[in-house]
Ligand binder design. Sequence first.
Ligand code: SF4
Length: 466
Amino acid sequence: MKSTTESFGKNARDALADRRLQRSLPVIHEFRRDHERATGALPGYAELKRIGRQIREHSLANVATLLTEFEQTAEAAGARVHWAADAEEARRHVLDICAARDARRVVKAKSMVTEEVGLRAALQEAGYRVWETDIGEYVLQLADEPPGHVVAPALHKGLDEIDELFATAHGTASEGGRSAEQLVEEGSGVLREQHAAADVGITGANFLVAETGSVVLLTNEGNADLATSLPRCHIVVATLEKVVRGLEDASLLWRLLSRAAGQEVTTFTSVLTGPGERGESGGPEAMHIVLVDNGRSDLLGGEFHDALRCVRCGACMDHCPIYESIGGQAYGWVYPGPIGAVVTPGLTNLEESADLPQASTLCGVCEEVCPVDIPLPSMLQKWRRRAVEELPQPARSTWALALWRYFASRPKLYRLATSVVARLLYLLSFGRGTLRRLPLLSGWTASRDLPAPEGQTFQRAWRRRG
Ligand code: SF4
């Protein structure tokens, strides 16, 4: 069964019990170190963040004007712009373009919005042969799994698993134990052939530049550059909020995104303006740009407006203790981690994704590391409040809150009860300083230690301090 946001609790329990996954997840500690190193090495990073936030705010405040300008400049450069209100319309545009070109084979570079609209499945159902060409996405295509991270989609896959997948898919007689370099070489060889044979290349976009009609693509593998230059038709699928004023704004956001993602610069940066010129040896003869809304307009100007500033660097998930424990796929939809827990209820529905905003300790690190200062913890709290106001609550929480209210409104009784419980929990810790496997709290203590009280309440310690 594929995980969904609705089954988040079960997904999380499964993820905690998955030994292979638990062996792979500590890799995000390296991502954290890369983030600290890359952001710390750039003088004036804090000022750059401030300007980046302003740029994103300007884009969102003027999104309609900038998109209209982008449509004009992109079409003047020879591209064709299509508007898609929702996922269904986005899929239909791409299918129509592929059909009009009598295409058979399609290569795709990594793009979260194409995951969001279910593009690969729609193309495959319509009979096209589709290849994901980012090596991580290719691994996940073979494993039939969704991405687990916005930058490193297959971060949860160990080398042994990838070795098995490649050996099955490519018919190679591997005995296991191949290195990352060997696997990348084999995968890239297979994918290069697909690039050369493809009729259509599909990519996302990191930024859409209104002044020039350009699409900016930042990648580390070069596969997007092949997907945009070898096939005769290039389709860009991008969401509305990607638009920026000019190339200067795009280049500043590019620097911020790279640093926050743990790099000084991304390995490949492409600025694509219209299709290739007639007679040029490289470049497609047709370029289509599908601009997808799919719920973003409803977020603009509302409580969750700030989430649209996201540049998809992945830093918030890399630093999140919940993500570190369960990985990205447990979140059940396209966007994992703190930003996923904020945008998923807004782009899908709160009823099915109400558990996601609960998946946070509210420690605040996600906001600290975000290069565009998105107030993720306060938005998670807003979703929690809306869930309490709008959805029926489980009897257990209603009962627990009613009990707490009863004691909290009777100070003497509250003091007595808390001192008894603190003493009891201290005794139950048997002097170890932590509590394990407590009834009612087993969900917490099964995978973490719970610090034990020291035997007296804070209030009593405070009274005794003098
Ligand atoms: S919310 Fe911030 S930290 Fe998280 S992916 Fe988006 S830009 Fe990066």
